[in-house]
Design a protein around this ligand. Structure first.
Ligand SMILES: NC(=O)c1ccc[n+]([C@@H]2O[C@H](COP(=O)([O-])OP(=O)(O)OC[C@H]3O[C@@H](n4cnc5c(N)ncnc54)[C@H](O)[C@@H]3O)[C@@H](O)[C@H]2O)c1
Length: 290
């Protein structure tokens, strides 16, 4: 994995991390990688603790470190009350407000928007992929500010949020929303850094079991990422003290954190606004406008 910056400066050791989607393919591995770095984990997913191996994951992490470094909460992030509870629970478990929030939970749809998609699936996709991370970030920022601490938020976005593609219209729109939110939240730094990771397709059940993607020629196996590469990027994004507002795009083992997309768009809009203002002034001077 190639990173554009030097060694991470922010130490994850001892930090309280809320990780959503912790029982998924990327979430599970990220939990292990964070624990190896000495983080204390508040793991969250929609399954009950008895199913999908939540109990065994916590046991594995706790036995590996010799102390209690992982706890699990079942929460449905489509519900605002569960999101509030998640952050309160993490603070109760570890004695202070969470230091790091990783909005990793996400869902894709097997259906096609203009063919067989349903209103219910659309609502779920927008709720889990966009509304929940926004709300979790909002509550996290309040907790961190009230406690006078500092914090880091990582959104698990997607290349689909940078590169519009047929078949991923709504998933991509939600992930684009996260990338936009990341950029727009730059002003919270240095107290709170909000950054994002936008991977290309990752070798996970979300991709391999999705009938829509199996026949998609853009899913080039040679560019497919491994889960550990996504974890590398997430850990780097947390550790890089310059990551506020940045999205780390991942493709074929490369990471690009400096994207000029927003700078160019902002310049473009500023120039257009300036020209419109100038035109209005000229019209007024020559007596053609109000
Ligand atoms: N797999 C890929 O190719 C890929 C590519 C780019 C981005 N991503 C993103 O990475 C993240 C993780 O993906 P993954 O491949 O590990 O997927 P996954 O399906 O294995 O894991 C997602 C987890 O989110 C949880 N979740 C879903 N709805 C929830 C809800 N309402 N409340 C709480 N938890 C809920 C699921 O139970 C699951 O454990 C997602 O946000 C995904 O969009 C994945």
């Amino acid at each position: 994995m190639l990173f554009c910056s030097s060694q991470p400066a922010y130490d994850i050791s001892g930090k309280v991390v809320v990780l959503t989607g912790a029982l998924g393919a990327i979430g599970r591995r990220l939990a292990v990688r964070l624990a190896e770095r000495g983080a204390r984990l508040a793991l969250v997913d929609v399954s009950s603790s008895d199913s999908d191996g939540a109990t065994s994951l916590c046991a594995e992490l706790n036995s590996g470190s010799g102390q209690r470094v992982a706890a699990y909460l079942m929460a449905d992030l489509r519900r605002g009350s569960d999101i509030t509870r998640m952050l309160e629970w993490a603070a109760e478990e570890y004695g202070h407000a969470a230091d790091i929030l990783i909005n990793n939970a996400g869902i894709a749809s097997p259906a096609t928007l203009y063919d067989d998609e349903t209103f219910e699936r659309l609502a779920a996709m927008l709720d889990v992929n966009l509304r929940a991370p926004i709300e979790a970030t909002r509550v996290f920022v309040k907790h961190v500010q009230a406690a006078g601490r500092s914090g880091v938020v990582v959104h698990m976005a997607s290349m689909g949020g940078l590169m519009p593609n047929r078949g991923g219209e709504v998933y991509g729109a939600a992930k684009a929303g996260l990338i936009h939110l990341t950029r727009a939240s730059r002003f919270l730094a240095p107290q709170i850094r909000v950054c994002a990771v936008a991977p290309y397709y990752v070798r996970t059940p979300m991709v391999m079991n999705n009938p829509k993607l199996q026949n998609n020629p853009t899913v080039y196996p040679v560019l497919m990422l491994e889960v550990d590469q996504v974890c590398d990027a997430a850990l780097h994004c947390i550790g890089d003290t310059r990551s506020a507002g940045r999205t780390y795009a991942l493709i074929g083992g490369w990471t690009y954190a400096r994207m000029w997309l927003y700078d160019v768009t902002t310049l473009h809009i500023t120039l257009l606004a300036g020209l419109a203002l100038l035109a209005a002034m000229v019209r007024r001077v020559i007596g053609l406008g109000p």
